[in-house]
Design a protein around this ligand. Structure first.
Ligand SMILES: [Zn+2]
Length: 284
């Protein structure tokens, strides 16, 4: 156990990658990866605190970080660590550089040279290398997965936009008004605008049967001729009329309006309007 004597509180608050804060703690792989690859490095104008050794003031030298690639400086304890040993070394009596900060600036280069010949240091360096490689590969895997998911989503979005654009173009080509009472948000069952109904139609009809029929049918049996369209219109009209008549027959009150006019072809046209009140007293 050690305590910081040199660094000021204002310095401490800004050092988030200071390894001394993580010694002897159980760390996640992500934390270890950060400490190995994004460790604290003193800025060029950093003022290392001095310590008196045999009447001479000594301090940490930044050039040591160049000479010993495993070395990191901790500003919170004014001490040096081997970041590989601190995170990966195994065994008892590990001591300075590993579980405690190294502070003997009077004999630093010699001690650092000795540290890097130790067996547990060599093993820790290899473990750190292997660990970093694995973590980098995993990060690449995750990035590839994210890229692949993003590509799939872009394709889906394009397909959706194609459907919407085809529907808009269809209405325009046919002179159909697009807007309903409330076109905001998702499709609503009660919104019967041309646009909404066409979209519902697309959703409900992945019509492979019709597609195959039109590709293979005989010219006199397409079922989409003007005669067929008229037949469908008439049958639908009859069914709607029967449905309305049955409601009128059950209505408590109804009225019948009829008016006659001559069209531009000199044909008499008779318009018939029925109004009735249903069981819920709603007027139709
Ligand atoms: Zn080491």
């Amino acid at each position: 156990m050690w305590f910081s004597e040199e660094a000021t509180p204002s310095q401490l608050s800004s050092y988030s990658s200071d390894i001394a804060k993580y010694i002897s703690q159980s760390l996640s792989d992500e934390d270890r990866f950060c400490l190995l690859t994004d460790y604290y490095t003193p800025s060029s104008d950093f003022s290392f605190p001095g310590t008196v050794f045999h009447k001479k003031n000594r301090r940490f030298q930044k050039k040591w970080l160049e000479s010993f690639k495993w070395l990191v400086y901790s500003p919170s304890v004014d001490g040096a660590f081997c970041r590989c040993c601190a995170l990966f070394a195994k065994g008892d009596n590990l001591g300075r550089f590993v579980t405690a900060p190294y502070k003997n600036w009077n004999n630093a280069t010699t001690d650092m040279g000795v540290h890097q010949t130790l067996k547990y240091h060599t093993e820790a360096m290899k473990s750190a290398d292997d660990f970093t490689s694995i973590m980098k590969e995993e990060k690449m895997d995750i990035k590839c997965q994210l890229d692949s998911n993003a590509e799939k989503q872009i394709l889906i979005n394009r397909q959706v936009l194609t459907s919407v654009m085809k529907t808009v173009l269809f209405c325009g080509k046919q002179g159909l008004a697009l807007r309903g009472d409330n076109d905001d948000g998702v499709l609503k069952e009660e919104n019967h605008s041309n646009f909404n109904e066409l979209l519902k139609f697309r959703i409900g009809s992945v019509d492979e049967v019709l597609e195959k029929h039109l590709a293979t049918c005989k010219p006199n049996a397409t079922y989409v001729s003007k005669t067929a369209q008229n037949n469908v219109t008439n049958i639908t009209g009859e069914q709607i009329r029967d449905s309305i008549l049955s409601k009128v027959e059950n209505a408590r009150h109804f009225s019948l309006l009829a008016d006659e006019a001559t069209d531009s072809g000199n044909w008499e046209q008779l318009a018939v309007v029925l109004r009735f009140v249903d069981d819920k007293e709603e007027v139709h």
